[in-house]
Design a protein around this ligand. Sequence first.
Ligand SMILES: *Cc1c(COP(=O)(O)O)cnc(C)c1O
Length: 394
Amino acid sequence: MIENTLSMAALEDAHSSGTYVKRDITIVRGEGATLYDDAGRAYIDCVGGQGAANLGHGHPAVLAAIRQQSETLMLCPELFHNPVRAQYQAALAAAAGAHFERVFLCNSGAEANEAALKIARLVTGRKGIVSTMRGFHGRTMGALSTTWEKTYREPFEPLVSGVTFVPYNNIERLTAALTPDTAAVIVEAVQGEGGVHPAQAGYLAAVQAACRANGTLLIMDEVQTGFGRTGQLFAHHADGVQPDLLCLAKSIAGGLPMGAVVMAGALGPLPPASHGTTFGGNPLACAAALATLDVLTATDLVPRALALGEAARDRLRAGLHENAYREVRGRGLLIGIELRAKVAPVLRALQERGVLALPAGATVLRLLPPLVMEEQDLLTAIDTVVEVLNHAAS
Ligand SMILES: *Cc1c(COP(=O)(O)O)cnc(C)c1O
């Protein structure tokens, strides 16, 4: 079996695009917050499907919904009505906030941001977009145009024009960047890929006020922070803001690919045929998403994520030697540790000790444990991080 999957790894390396740099293990199975490799070794999963596995692997409620819906109807383009989609759009808008009304469904985070940027231009009749330095919004041409990291952008220029970048957590610079032609500001509640930088208290409320005063729409990119990750169902709920457009994906459908833009009621319906996608709103994804939302709202997983995240950060700060790190940051179970050195060797050392984790840039270690992780597993993962970082610094 090991030989077989070894040759499978070689087969994958021979025929996959090459764009993804892979680690040297083959993952074959997952259960809850545990992943297993081809030799049967268990790993504590702090990659969490890069943020798509808030409910872990194989959540029974999600599996039941997928099984049932796959036997009923998988495809139903939005040429027709469908009851599962109807229920999901209503439930998602209600869960997002009272001022939200409509939902555009798609298939990924980049697609959600792409749609939101198009909607902002359509609704306002303006062209400009303001985004933030270190912000990450996806890899399609439009979303990429609002992504800060230049190694992602430069090979693909010219990108969409009209995008201005301002420093995150700096309201003066953002306000100064708004012009009569600014359609939207796009911003994360916690910059995830950009190094786990949370919005400071009051920042998002000030961004919203500046947008309102300028007739500019506020797009919150909660692709990574949504669905309980930060200890709120949606992170912006803690900031007291009401975005005009809320972009979601990753953990939306319990692991199935899906994206969504939730639209404030004040925007009204979009003009007919102004945007669309074939798989958007397919009943299979909607059923999985409905089950996911039910689990998140009917259990204590979300407030638990808030408490566990705080405890994890306290334990890191208490255990780490001061020369082993620069800063521990995050909200809920979105955890970032800024190191004094490169993160890549740390990720390898963690993997050798049975913990899978992520980078967020070259020097930030990022943990995205499924919200369903047993407390003891999280403590083990945190203690392993402390051990590896202290050892590297000694
Ligand atoms: C992951 C991510 C995206 C892109 O989502 P994809 O599904 O990979 O296209 C966009 N914005 C944020 C904040 C993300 O974390």
